[in-house]
Write a protein that binds this ligand. Structure first.
Ligand code: HPA
Ligand code: ZN
Length: 350
C-alpha cells in the first residue's frame, strides 16, 4: 500500500477528534497541573519551593528521567486528602474526555503518599470516585494500576501490596516505575508473583532509559502482559521478533521521550519503526502536566514529525484497545465505534 499522508493539519486534527481512544500509560500524579498544585498547596497549608505558576513551569526542563522524578515527587507533597486525589483525577479525566479518550488505565504511586503519612485508602478511594463519576457522566471506562517505586526495596513493595489488599476490587493490575537504571525488573520478582497470584495484571516500565535486557527480564522473570515505554527494545533484533510474535503491547509516550531526552527529537522517534515491525505499539501521554501535552498533542506531534498516515493513526489507536485490560465485549464495542468513526472521517477528509 502506498503511504498516504494527511491532506492538511486540519484533517489530522479532525481525525484525532473523531476517533475514540484508549490511554494506558498515564501517571495520575503526572497530570497535576501547576495551577491545581498551587490551589491544593494553599488549601492544605503546604509550602511549595516556587513563587508562581510560571516559576513551576520554568522548572520543567529535564536532562533525564531522574531530573524529572525529583520535581515530580516534590509536586506530590500537596496531595493530602481524598478530595485532593479526586480533584486531580477529575481534572485529568475531563481533559482526556475532551481528547475523545473513552477508556483509560491510570497509574498511581502510593509509596510517594504513604511515606508522607497519607493512607492507602485516601489515595485509592479519591482516584476511584473520580473514575466512577466519569463512568456515570460520559460512559468512560477506567481502571487503576498500582505502581511500585523501583528505587525502593522489594520489601517496601510487598508491604504496599499488602496495604492495598482491602481495595483489591478497585485495582486491575500492578506496575513498576521510577528510576530505571540500576533497578532491574528481577529485583521485584517476588512481589510480582504475589500480585499475579491475586489475579492482578502485570506491567512494568522497561527499556525507557534501561537496556533491552530489562525488557527481557520484565517478560521472562516478572511475566508482564505489557511493557511501558520499551523504546530501547529496538536495539535488539531478537527482542523485536519476540515482541512482534507474541503481540506484547508497548505503551509508548513520544513527548515524554523527547522531554526526558530518551530520543534526541521526534523526527528520530522509533514509534513508526515499531509499527513497521508489526509491534503492538500505541500512544500515551505519561505525565502530561510535565511533558507539554495530553494524548491528542502526542498524536499531533508524531503525525507531523514522522509523516504518519491516517492508517498509521488508526493502527495506533486500534492497538490501544487491543492492549487494554477491558473485557472482550467492551473491546468489540469500542472497536466498532472506532471503525465507524474512521469510515465517517474518510468520507469527509480522506
Ligand atoms: N518513567 C519512570 N517512572 C515514572 C515516569 C516515567 O516516565 N513517570 C512517572 N514515574
Ligand atoms: Zn511512565
Amino acid at each position: 500500500m502506498t503511504h498516504v499522508v494527511f491532506k492538511s493539519e486540519q484533517a489530522a486534527l479532525a481525525l484525532l477528534a473523531a476517533l475514540p481512544k484508549a490511554e494506558l500509560h498515564v501517571h495520575i500524579e503526572g497530570t497535576l497541573e501547576p495551577e491545581l498544585m498551587f490551589a491544593l498547596a494553599m488549601r492544605n497549608g503546604v509550602a511549595l519551593p516556587y513563587k508562581s505558576v510560571g516559576e513551576v513551569r520554568a522548572a520543567y526542563a529535564f536532562d533525564n528521567l531522574q531530573s524529572f522524578l525529583d520535581i515530580y515527587y516534590a509536586g506530590t507533597q500537596v496531595l493530602i486528602t481524598q478530595q485532593d486525589f479526586f480533584d486531580m483525577t477529575w481534572a485529568y479525566l475531563e481533559r482526556a474526555h475532551a481528547d475523545h479518550v473513552v477508556h483509560t488505565e491510570l497509574f498511581f504511586d502510593p509509596q510517594s503518599h504513604t511515606v508522607r503519612g497519607v493512607d492507602m485508602g485516601t489515595v485509592i478511594l479519591g482516584i476511584h470516585r473520580a473514575c466512577q463519576q466519569a463512568a456515570a457522566q460520559w460512559g468512560m471506562s477506567s481502571a487503576l494500576i498500582l505502581c511500585f517505586l523501583r528505587h525502593l526495596s522489594e520489601d517496601d513493595a510487598i508491604a504496599t501490596l499488602l496495604a492495598a489488599a482491602p481495595y483489591r476490587a478497585h485495582l486491575v493490575g500492578v506496575g513498576l516505575d521510577s528510576s530505571e537504571q540500576g533497578h532491574p525488573p528481577d529485583k521485584f520478582a517476588r512481589v510480582f508473583a504475589k500480585a499475579a497470584a491475586q489475579g492482578l495484571k502485570l506491567v512494568a516500565h522497561a527499556g525507557e532509559e534501561g537496556p533491552p535486557a530489562y525488557v527481557w527480564q520484565a517478560l521472562d522473570v516478572l511475566g508482564v502482559h505489557r511493557i511501558d515505554h520499551g523504546v530501547r527494545s529496538m536495539e535488539d533484533a531478537a527482542l523485536v521478533a519476540r515482541l512482534a510474535a507474541e503481540r506484547i503491547p508497548l505503551t509508548v509516550c513520544p513527548l515524554s521521550n523527547m522531554a526526558l531526552q530518551v530520543t534526541p527529537n521526534l523526527a528520530t522517534h522509533p514509534i513508526k519503526t515499531m509499527l513497521d515491525a508489526n509491534l503492538c505499539a500505541m500512544v500515551n501521554s505519561d505525565d502530561p502536566a510535565y511533558f507539554g501535552g495530553y494524548l491528542n498533542d502526542n498524536f499531533a506531534a508524531i503525525i507531523t514529525a514522522l509523516s504518519l498516515s491516517p492508517q498509521d493513526v488508526l493502527t495506533l489507536v486500534r492497538n490501544g484497545f487491543e492492549a487494554s485490560f477491558i473485557d472482550d465485549r467492551l473491546r468489540v464495542q469500542y472497536e466498532l465505534q472506532l471503525d465507524n468513526a474512521m469510515a465517517q472521517w474518510t468520507v469527509q477528509h480522506g
